[in-house]
Ligand binder design. Sequence first.
Ligand SMILES: NC(=O)c1ccc[n+]([C@@H]2O[C@H](COP(=O)([O-])OP(=O)(O)OC[C@H]3O[C@@H](n4cnc5c(N)ncnc54)[C@H](O)[C@@H]3O)[C@@H](O)[C@H]2O)c1
Length: 299
Amino acid sequence: MKILITGGAGFIGSNLSLTLQKDNSITVVDNLLSGNTKNLESFQGNLITDDITSMNLLKSFKDIDVIFHQAAITDTTVSDEKRMMEVNVGGFRRILDLALRKRVTLVYASSAGVYGNGKCPMREDQELSPQNVYARSKLLMDEIAIKYKDKIRIIGLRYFNVYGPREGYKKKAASMIYQLAQQMKASKNPRIFKYGEQSRDFIYVKDVVDATIRAMKAKESGVVNVGTGVVTTFNRVIEILNEVLGTSYEPEYFDNPYSFYQDETRADINRAEELLGFKARYSIEEGIRDYLTTMQNAK
Ligand SMILES: NC(=O)c1ccc[n+]([C@@H]2O[C@H](COP(=O)([O-])OP(=O)(O)OC[C@H]3O[C@@H](n4cnc5c(N)ncnc54)[C@H](O)[C@@H]3O)[C@@H](O)[C@H]2O)c1
C-alpha cells in the first residue's frame, strides 16, 4: 500500500514508519519542529521536509491509499492559542480535505488530554474537559472528524501516555519515563512532583504502533482510546527503573508548579477492543525493560 505519514520524523510517527515500511511504500512529511531525521536513520521511504499547513498537499501526494496523521505541536505547555490552532486544527483540516478528495482512510492522533481531570476509567463518551490549549485543539479535531464519519473511514486515536525509543528529540515534552531514566543514568536522584502518587496509563510505543496500524482496518469510523487500562504511579516507575538499571535512587520530591495537572489517567479499553481488536501486550515492567535496552542506540 502507498501510505502517507505526517509527523513521521517524530516519536510515534518514526516508529510507525519503520514498522510499516517492511510491507508498504511510505512517504513521510515532517517540518522537523520537534522531530528529527535521526529518528529515521534506517528509513527507506520518501522523506519530504515541509509544513502541512502551507505546502500544496494535492500536488505533493498524488498517489496514496491511506493517511496516518501524526503531525502536531506536541508540547502541551505551549500557550500560544493561535499557533496551536493553526498547526493542530488547521493542519488537520488540510489533511482531512486531502483524505476526502482522495477518498482514503484517515487515521489521526487525538489525545487523552481531552479528558482533563475527568473520571477514570476514561470512556470515549464521557464528558470532556480539556484543560489546556493543546487538549482543546485535539478535541476540536475529534469534533470535526465526527462530521465526516460517513464520507470516509476516519479514526481518531486518543493516545494515553506513550513512552519508548525515539522520543528523545521531544526534549522536555518527552515522557516522564524518559526524563526519569535520563536523570538516573546521569547518577542523579529522579525528580518528581510531591509525593509521586499521581498515576498514569503508560503505554509502550510498540503497542501504540500496533493499535495505529489496526485502525487502518477498523470496522467503522470513530474516536477510540489507546491505553492499557492499567495505571502506574511515578513512585512505581522509579522503582521499576531502579530494578532495570540495577540502581537504588530515591525520588526527590518538589512542589508542582502547574495550576492544572492530571492526578490520574486511565483508559477504558473496551471500545479499542471492539473497534480495533486491540489490547496492549506490554506491561509497564516489560515496556521499560525493552525500552532501556534500546535507549543507548535510538534516543
Ligand atoms: N506521545 C504521547 O504521549 C502522545 C499522547 C497523546 C497524543 N499524542 C499525539 O500523537 C502525535 C505524535 O506525537 P509524538 O509524541 O510522536 O510527538 P512528536 O513531537 O515527536 O511528533 C510530532 C511530529 O510532527 C511534526 N510537525 C509538527 N508540526 C508540523 C507541521 N506543521 N508540518 C509537518 N510536520 C509537523 C514534528 O516535527 C514532529 O516530528 C501528535 O499528534 C500528538 O499530539 C502523543
